[in-house]
Design a protein around this ligand. Structure first.
Ligand code: PAP
Length: 325
């Protein structure tokens, strides 16, 4: 607690005196914390995650920049890992939002306002599944040094921006005025968005996936959309639980894909009327689920500006995106 010299107030109003702050997309302010823009409400959670998380070699962490396909990937990973325990007819994903089944490390497990992380972690069945938006460079050493697996998903920055702007304006409507598209776009282009800059976030995991392909599996939303069957097998192999020939011929892969599909999940009662932690409407996690919706929002000058930033930030990395379906 002492490390950031902060005063603890409530949630979004938490003051972090020693850190530079800027207006946020989702919250009043974002704080420049350990070289990334962190929502005030998550700072304590990130610090506790770094300090207290003891990774097990069997752990699986789904990492992502916000609004890049987290919900889909945690649903798929949960269904793949637990496929021996549940049938398609009686599956927890039919009655629970994926974020309830796979908790976020900094926002939930290590958020002391919600519950006691130590108690929660000690009662979890293995393999333990978690999600995180924390940048790779800020992950706890225990996670980096263990044999725990990390699956990262990213998405083309055009669609990520539109998804974030629409989502965060819904969250803001509970307590803050909406942000105009142009204003939000400037913040996004400056990298001042939760857990941003987005280019550093994706490059951190990208580089680690190159250096340690058995540790970090790097996925793209667009690739999953194009060939989810291939990536469901890919994830299972990466996690050391490949599908058997019998499972394949029984249609196990297709049934997981169907269970986790946007169309199926969006229509579930829990995702129509349920809330995450009594706070966020589950339906906000399911908007359009498409590649290329950005064309309905971007002006020519926005296209030019974001294209230039992508070119400048990602050039030489080997990372590129499919922007349209
Ligand atoms: P989070 O960071 O708040 O968890 P995240 O799940 O990463 O959000 O991103 C939400 C996006 O994934 C939404 O995209 P959109 O705004 O462009 O529509 C959401 O619709 C999409 N999404 C959610 N579930 C699925 C799914 N099962 N298949 C495909 N896309 C999905």
């Amino acid at each position: 607690m002492a490390s950031t010299d902060r005063k603890h107030a409530n949630g979004e109003d938490k003051l972090v005196f020693s850190l530079r702050r800027e207006r946020g997309l989702a919250s009043s302010y974002l704080y420049l914390f350990q070289e990334f823009w962190c929502p005030g409400i998550a700072i304590e959670g990130v610090e506790s995650f770094q300090k207290y998380f003891e990774a097990k070699d069997s752990d699986v962490v789904v990492a992502s920049f916000p609004k890049t396909g987290t919900t889909w990937l945690i649903a798929l990973t949960f269904a793949i890992v637990n496929r021996k325990h549940f049938s398609a007819q009686n599956h927890p994903l039919l009655t629970s939002n994926p974020h309830t089944l796979v908790s976020c490390l900094e926002f939930k497990i290590f958020c002391h306002e919600i519950h006691d992380p130590v108690l929660h972690l000690s009662t979890m069945l293995e393999p333990r599944l978690f999600s995180t938006h924390t940048p790779f460079t800020a992950l706890p050493k225990s996670l980096i040094q263990s044999n725990a697996k990390i699956i990262y998903i990213c998405r083309n920055p055009f669609d990520t921006f539109v998804s974030a702007w629409t989502y965060f304006n819904k969250i803001r409507s509970m307590s803050l005025p909406a942000l105009e598209l142009e204003e939000a776009f400037e913040m996004y282009c400056d990298g001042i968005v939760s857990f941003g800059p987005w280019w550093s976030h994706m490059l951190g995991y990208w580089k680690e996936s190159m250096a340690r392909p058995n540790k970090v599996l790097f996925l793209k939303y667009e690739d999953l959309k194009e060939n989810v069957n291939f990536y469901v097998k890919n994830i299972a192999e990466f996690l050391g639980c490949p599908f058997t020939a019998e499972e394949e011929s029984d249609g196990e892969i297709e049934s997981i894909i169907e269970l986790c599909s946007f169309e199926k999940m969006k229509e579930l009662e829990v995702n129509i009327s349920g809330k995450l932690d009594k706070f966020i409407d589950n339906k906000l996690f399911f908007r359009k689920g498409e590649i290329g919706d950005w064309v309905n929002y971007f002006s020519p000058s926005m296209i030019n500006k974001l294209s230039r930033i992508i070119e400048e930030k990602l050039s030489g990395s080997g990372l590129s995106f499919n922007m349209c379906s």
